[in-house]
Design a protein around this ligand. Structure first.
Ligand code: ADP
Ligand code: 5GP
Length: 223
């Protein structure tokens, strides 16, 4: 047992920052859900990705993405500034490493909205991350949303819809599958997942051990 002087007196909230990875087909509503979460919960942060894709109307550099040239992206990759990266629909996308690490170290939850290839790379480096897959209720609704968004050319829409089946092959690698039918409900579901994940025994048991000055692994045998 540790000396009383070395132990914290109480557990004050949950100090852990979780990495939350959100994926799903283009048009499923990932961006819309993430925006709603960021608007509602000051405790949730967002990792702004770097991309070589051109900005859509209304997208702001440093808010939606860091819009960079191919050369700039390759330099970031070469200098190991990216936590993960992937080529998606003909463009490069990647997660700048520094901000994510800083957020977790400060105890903040941070969301990465990335494709399944990138998610699998994160899983290798951060097995404790939480993986959430967002799906629309039907293929017809997905087409309706992606066309309705009005941001993609016919070719780009076709390319994105054609990728859905391949991407679905990754679903079993994720921890949660949320159907984004009604937006408010889907947003609340993702918020509930993030909240519940903070209280997993595996993330907190060590704190109880610290405050009680007990090695929990040995406690059962002695009890
Ligand atoms: P993603 O980020 O997954 O590509 P978006 O968040 O851009 O998808 O959403 C695609 C389109 O679908 C947007 O026009 C958005 O307003 C709309 N949308 C998102 N969620 C819903 C929903 N639950 N019901 C109806 N439309 C939605
Ligand atoms: P969009 O061009 O519609 O914004 O995004 C296209 C795809 O790229 C989406 O599946 C999105 O999740 C993914 N994406 C966005 N940022 C990143 C990133 O940093 N890394 C990876 N691997 N994928 C990303």
């Amino acid at each position: 047992m540790k000396n009383d002087a070395d132990r914290p007196e109480c557990i004050t909230g949950n100090p852990n920052g979780n990495l939350i990875v959100i994926s799903g087909p283009s048009g499923a509503g990932k961006g819309t859900i993430v925006k709603a979460l960021l608007d509602q919960y000051a405790s949730i942060h967002y990792s702004v990705s770097a991309t070589t894709r051109a900005p859509r109307e209304g997208e702001v550099n440093g808010v939606n993405y860091w819009f960079v040239s191919r050369e700039e992206f390759l330099l970031m990759r070469e200098q190991d500034e990216l936590l993960e990266w992937a080529e998606v629909y003909g463009n490069f996308y990647g997660t700048p490493r520094r901000r994510v690490i800083e957020a977790i170290n400060r105890g903040h939850d941070i969301i990465l909205e990335i494709d399944p290839q990138g998610a699998m790379k994160v899983k290798k480096g951060f097995p404790a991350a939480v993986f959430v897959y967002i799906m629309p209720p039907s293929p017809r609704e997905l087409s309706r949303r992606i066309v309705g968004r009005g941001t993609e050319t016919q070719d780009a829409i076709r390319q994105r819809l054609n990728s859905v089946v391949t991407e679905l092959g990754y679903i079993h690698e994720y921890d949660y599958l949320v159907i984004n039918d009604e937006l408010t409900e889907a947003t609340a579901d993702v918020a509930a997942i993030i909240r519940a994940e903070k209280w997993r025994v595996k993330r907190n048991a060590h704190l109880v051990g610290l405050v009680w000055g007990v090695n929990l692994k040995n406690a059962q045998e002695r009890g």
